[in-house]
Design a protein around this ligand. Structure first.
Ligand SMILES: C[S@@+](CC[C@H](N)C(=O)[O-])C[C@H]1O[C@@H](n2cnc3c(N)ncnc32)[C@H](O)[C@@H]1O
Length: 215
């Protein structure tokens, strides 16, 4: 198994050393109950905190294109404070299932946000998650919280960020994260999410999923 990229700034890895592709599906897609969650939804908006290599985006596109009709539209919004280069992304995404998607994403990276015959719109918000969400006005149907570990990357798990997530959430919005940290759980509950602990991927004992119940 190829090693995942590592951030020198945060001294942490972008995804699991066991199998990033399987982890992404198990934690994020299964975590929000995809594809059932978007069944019969003509518009569906996902916001990912921490775009990184785009692995979660590409995995979501893969399942979206296989399970929806041409007239269903996915808007995928992602924040990213330290964007990776095209070369870093290409090097990180080595799974056969995702090759065709990463090529299309990179061919239009930063030029247009309409991808895959306009069935997917990708909006990248470059900068700090809380600042970016505060300046936006979209509403979200599902959240992927994928910062580096809370001890190394506290900005991505702060109560202030969670309060803005609540403002940006549609009622019943789903949430998935690899983290099961107590402070993260308490912050999300305080922000209005009902949180459930689930079995984690690989060596991780637990992860969390949530549903937005209102402020
Ligand atoms: C664990 S990695 C994300 C992995 C990614 N989801 C993927 O599929 O490759 C965490 C990401 O959060 C970004 N990040 C860290 N602090 C941030 C902040 N305050 N605002 C936005 N992005 C941040 C990092 O640069 C990194 O790309």
């Amino acid at each position: 198994m190829k090693k995942p990229p590592r951030s020198a700034i945060y001294d942490d890895i972008y995804f699991s050393t066991d199998d990033g592709f399987a982890e992404s599906k198990a934690v994020f897609l299964d975590g929000i109950s995809a594809p059932d969650v978007w069944k019969n939804q003509m518009r569906f908006t996902i916001c990912e905190l921490g775009f990184g290599t785009g692995l979660n985006f590409l995995n979501t596109v893969h399942i979206w294109l296989e399970t929806t009709s041409d007239d269903q539209k996915l808007h995928y919004i992602a924040t990213e404070k330290h964007p990776l280069s095209r070369a870093d992304i290409l090097n990180a995404i080595h799974w056969r299932e995702l090759t065709q998607y990463v090529e299309e994403m990179l061919s239009k990276y930063l030029e247009t946000d309409l991808l895959f015959d306009d069935r997917v719109k990708l909006t990248l918000l470059f900068g700090d998650s809380r600042e970016q969400l505060s300046q936006s006005s979209f509403k979200v149907d599902a959240w992927y919280m994928d910062g580096f570990s809370p001890t190394k990357n506290p900005d991505m798990w702060s109560p202030e960020l969670m309060s803005v997530m609540a403002i940006r959430s549609n009622s019943g919005a789903k949430l998935a994260t690899f983290s099961a940290a107590g402070a993260v759980r308490r912050g999300l509950i305080e922000a209005g999410f009902e949180i459930e602990k689930k079995k984690g991927f690989g060596k991780k004992r637990e992860m969390m999923t949530g549903i937005f119940k209102g402020i």
